[in-house]
Every structure is written in structure tokens, then in C-alpha cells.
Write a protein that binds this ligand. Structure first.
Ligand SMILES: Nc1ncnc2c1ncn2[C@@H]1O[C@H](COP(=O)(O)OP(=O)(O)OP(=O)(O)O)[C@@H](O)[C@H]1O
Ligand SMILES: [Mg+2]
Length: 482
């Protein structure tokens, strides 16, 4: 089968000119002709030819106006203008408007062909650059998503397969396993990447305000609605909306969300006009949605609509083989941030981390490495592991105990496994990191007291997930009687 020929549209009111061009070029191109501007625009919009030959002087709409309209419509064609004598100024304007080139009449068909070939060559180059750019974007995105274990490779493959589709993805996993990173990757690897990625944390926004936040509101819709406000769905148009903690959305709002997803349109709160948007939807949750459906807290019809693809992230304890990679990644990351480029960990410390059960998953590991880099002392790791309220798992009690109890503080920083160098003047950062922790502890304790230890409410006020709160309560050893 012969290669498909490139589409070429000729727009000229003079049938003789069109005929000459057609005869001279038909062996190379798939030719369409239009005898005036309006017909030309119609054909161009429908057929999207990569190449257009456009006469400047035509009755009705002239070539310049046609060119303006084609560019405004965002049509991807390269346009070569055909100009008569004495039209120099018009030609300059045409080139400024984005014409690829111009050819004076009378012309030699071979010259026309040469210019068409040049335009095609340039298109090829631009496409190549696009492909290279995309590959670069993908590579940079993957660079921040660490994991070589079997489970993670499966997940990377799945992300690659579904990223550029319209399928709705539900990301599941414990707190700190990387659900948000996955959502961002899905957006980055899709053709929506140059449009917005909008995150909405359904658990952090008070239930009664979430609808207005998502769908916007009209002036006067409720007390405090002083002006019209577009919602996140409108802001996300052409991009991706990431509904985090979807399990915390109220049952009533779930119904509206489902309706919006089915009809692809909605009205603002207090509004009457339907708004249409083109938004890809990604959700995440660490709640057991099947249980929530059973308990009639989550709609099963919405669940099926949101869950066309599930990405289930493993907890870190289920992929401990990735710990060294993650440690290296975070050492490099925070080494750069805090100018400790040579930070590293000892084999004993790495072993301890590779056997720990990480209740706070990658987030906990990341925080620990950050502290280690700032404080330049492996004791932070050993202490944190030893003091963890989470009992060691059945398979590794002895080793874990060894990791913690066998550790004694290094006699001097020179022997510390984290490179310290000669500069010991780090007291400010050290103090700062301790202060932040103690402030965090105080704040959490205060919010828990104020909410009467309603953990879900406290997590909402603190804008952290429920699980992170539980984890921090354990980490800081907060308890209700105090
Ligand atoms: N595979 C990974 N590679 C590199 N960093 C990761 C990875 N997974 C998670 N992280 C880091 O761990 C932290 C927590 O990740 P993220 O916010 O995506 O978790 P989450 O599952 O959304 O947690 P939560 O349920 O608490 O919101 C982030 O700082 C993220 O950069
Ligand atoms: Mg998250």
C-alpha cells in the first residue's frame, strides 16, 4: 500500500491557478480546492490539512482575513500565501500573522513544491522536538517517584498505560504511601499536562462548604456569598481535578458529583446556568470504601464511576527492598537543600531502616532522613525506630530490637556515619528542628483537647489526614488523660 499523501488545500478564486497547482502537485499531495475564503475555512476546519496555499486577492473575504481566522481557530496548518504584483505590504503583514512563506504570481510549480517541502520538513522537526520534550517531562517526573520493587514496577507500568486516557483513577493506599505523587504523575504524563492540576482535599474543607468549593457559587447563594465565584471544576477545565480523601465526602454531595460526572455539566450553587467543563478526575482515599458502602456512607454507583482503574499503593513495610533507594534519594534531596552534599548513612543504620515497619510509610522515612541530614546524627534514626510505639512485626522482633538497643551514640561527630566535615556550627538548624517538633506536638495536643479528642475533627482542623494524625499521636506519645 502506498504511503498516505499529505493533505494540501488550495484556496484561490481563479480556477486556472487552482488547476495548474493541482496538476503540478497531485502526484505528491492529496489535493482539495476551495474557490473562496469561507469555503476554504470550512474545509480547513474539517480536514485539518497540514499545508494550505492561500491567494491574497479574492472577492469577499481576502487572503489576510482568511489567514487571521485560521490562526484564531488554532488550526495547525502551515500557510503559504500566493501574492500578485504590488502586494508587498500585504505580504509583510501576512508573514507577521504567521504565514509560513509567500510566492509571487506568476509562479513556477516547482518553486511552490520546494516551499511546501520546506514547510513539511519544519513540521517534522517541530514534532521531533515535541516528542523529545515529552520524553524529558516523563523522565523528570519518574525521577521523583522512587521504587524498583516488583510492586512498584507494576504500578509504574499501570500509570504509563492509563495516564493519557480519560479513565477515572482511584488511588488507594495507607497514609504517606505516595497517593498524591501518583495523581501528579498521571497528570504530568497525560496530554492535559499544560493545563491545571487542581487538588481538593475533601476532608479538609467543612462539609457544608465543599459543594461551593467544587462547583462555585452565585452572588447571594448563601450568607457571605458577596460575589460570583467559579469552583474548582471550572478552574480545572481542560486539566485534572484530584479529589483527595474522597471517602470523607458527604453522602448528599456524592449524589451531585455522580450526576456531574454522568452529564459532564453542572450549575453553580444558587445558579441556573449549566456549565460544561472538560475535566479528568482522579481520586484518592485511605479509607476502606467497600466497608463505607456497606455502612451506607459511600454510594456504590459513585464508587464504580470513580474506580474505572485502581492504583493500590503498597505500604513501605511491604516493599522494604526499596528502602535503600529511597534513603539515597532523600539524602540527595535534603543534602542539596541544606548544603550537606556528602550526607550518607552507615550500613548499620541502613539495615535498621530496611527492617523497620514504617507505620507512616514513605512520608515518615522522608521526615527522618530530613532530620538526619539537618542534625547530622544517626541517633535520630535509631531513637525514632527504638521509640516507635508500633511493635516490631512477628518476623523480625529480634533484629529490630538489635537495631535499637545495640546502638550507642557515636563518641564524636568525626566518627558519625553522616559526614559532618569540619564545620560544626550547626546549632541554629539543630535548635530549629527541635523547636518545630515541639511546636507541632503542642499544637496537636491543643487541637485534640479543644475537639475533645475527636480525632477526625482534629485532623480536619490541622489539615492533615486522619492516619497522619494517628501516627503523630503515637509518635509524640500524646494521650487522652493528660
Ligand atoms: N515512591 C516515592 N518516591 C519518592 N517520594 C515519595 C514516594 N512516595 C511518597 N513519597 C513522598 O512521601 C511524602 C508523602 O507522599 P504523598 O503525600 O503522596 O502520600 P499520600 O499517600 O498522599 O499520604 P496521605 O494519605 O497522608 O495524604 C511526600 O513528600 C512524597 O514526596
Ligand atoms: Mg495525600
Amino acid at each position: 500500500m502506498a504511503d498516505e499523501k499529505t493533505k494540501l488545500l488550495i484556496i484561490d478564486d481563479d480556477p486556472k491557478v487552482s488547476w495548474i497547482l493541482r496538476e503540478g502537485l497531485k502526484s505528491e499531495y492529496d489535493i482539495m480546492t476551495a474557490s473562496d475564503g469561507i469555503e476554504g475555512i470550512q474545509i480547513a476546519s474539517k480536514e485539518k490539512p497540514p499545508l494550505i496555499l492561500l491567494d491574497i486577492k479574492m472577492p469577499g473575504m481576502n487572503g489576510l482575513e482568511v489567514l487571521k481566522k485560521l490562526k484564531k481557530a488554532g488550526l495547525p496548518s502551515d500557510v503559504i500565501m500566493l501574492s500578485g504584483q504590488g502586494e508587498t505590504e500585504t505580504v509583510v503583514e501576512a508573514v507577521q500573522l504567521g504565514a509560513f512563506y509567500f510566492i509571487n504570481k506568476p509562479f513556477d510549480v516547482r518553486e511552490v513544491d520546494l516551499q511546501l517541502q520546506k514547510a513539511l520538513e519544519r513540521r517534522g522537526l517541530i514534532m521531533k522536538i515535541d516528542v523529545m520534550e515529552q520524553a524529558l517531562v516523563a523522565k523528570t517526573a519518574w525521577d521523583g517517584f522512587i521504587g524498583d520493587s516488583g510492586r512498584m514496577i507494576e504500578i509504574k507500568n499501570l500509570i504509563e498505560q492509563v495516564a493519557d486516557s480519560e479513565l477515572s483513577v482511584l488511588i488507594r493506599g495507607e497514609s504517606g504511601t505516595g497517593k498524591e505523587i501518583v495523581a501528579r504523575m498521571l497528570h504530568q504524563l497525560s496530554s492535559r499536562r499544560s493545563h491545571p492540576f487542581i487538588k481538593v482535599n475533601c476532608a479538609a474543607i467543612p462539609r457544608e462548604l465543599l459543594e461551593a468549593e467544587l462547583f462555585g457559587y452565585e452572588k447571594g447563594a448563601f450568607t457571605g456569598a458577596h460575589k460570583n465565584k467559579p469552583g474548582r471544576f471550572e478552574t480545572a477545565n481542560k486539566g485534572t481535578i484530584f479529589l483527595d480523601e474522597i471517602g470523607d465526602m458527604s453522602f448528599e454531595l456524592q449524589a451531585k458529583l455522580l450526576q456531574v460526572l454522568e452529564q459532564q455539566e453542572f450549575v453553580r450553587v444558587g445558579g441556573i446556568v449549566s456549565i460544561k467543563v472538560d475535566v479528568r478526575i482522579i481520586c484518592a482515599t485511605n479509607r476502606d470504601l467497600e466497608q463505607a458502602i456497606y455502612d451506607r456512607q459511600f454510594r456504590d454507583d459513585l464508587f464504580y464511576r470513580l474506580n474505572e482503574i485502581t492504583v493500590s499503593l503498597p505500604s513501605l513495610r511491604d516493599r522494604l527492598e526499596d528502602v535503600p533507594l529511597l534513603v539515597d534519594h532523600f539524602l540527595r534531596k535534603y543534602g542539596e537543600v541544606y548544603h550537606r552534599e556528602h550526607a550518607h548513612v552507615s550500613a548499620a543504620c541502613m539495615a535498621a531502616m530496611s527492617e523497620y515497619n514504617w507505620p507512616g510509610n514513605v512520608r515518615q522515612l522522608e521526615n527522618l532522613i530530613k532530620q538526619l541530614v539537618v542534625r547530622q546524627d544517626e541517633a535520630v534514626v535509631f531513637e525514632s525506630i527504638r521509640n516507635s510505639p508500633d511493635a516490631p512485626t512477628a518476623e523480625r522482633p529480634a533484629r529490630l530490637a538489635r537495631a535499637g538497643q545495640g546502638y550507642t551514640a557515636p563518641p564524636s561527630s568525626a566518627q558519625s556515619a553522616v559526614a559532618v566535615g569540619d564545620d560544626k556550627n550547626f546549632s541554629l538548624k539543630d535548635r530549629l528542628s527541635r523547636t518545630i517538633e515541639s511546636e507541632e506536638k503542642k499544637l496537636i495536643a491543643e487541637v485534640l483537647r479543644k475537639t475533645n479528642w475527636n480525632r477526625r475533627k482534629a485532623a480536619q482542623i490541622l489539615e492533615i489526614s486522619y492516619r497522619s494524625l494517628l501516627y503523630k499521636i503515637k509518635e509524640y506519645r500524646l494521650n487522652e488523660v493528660e
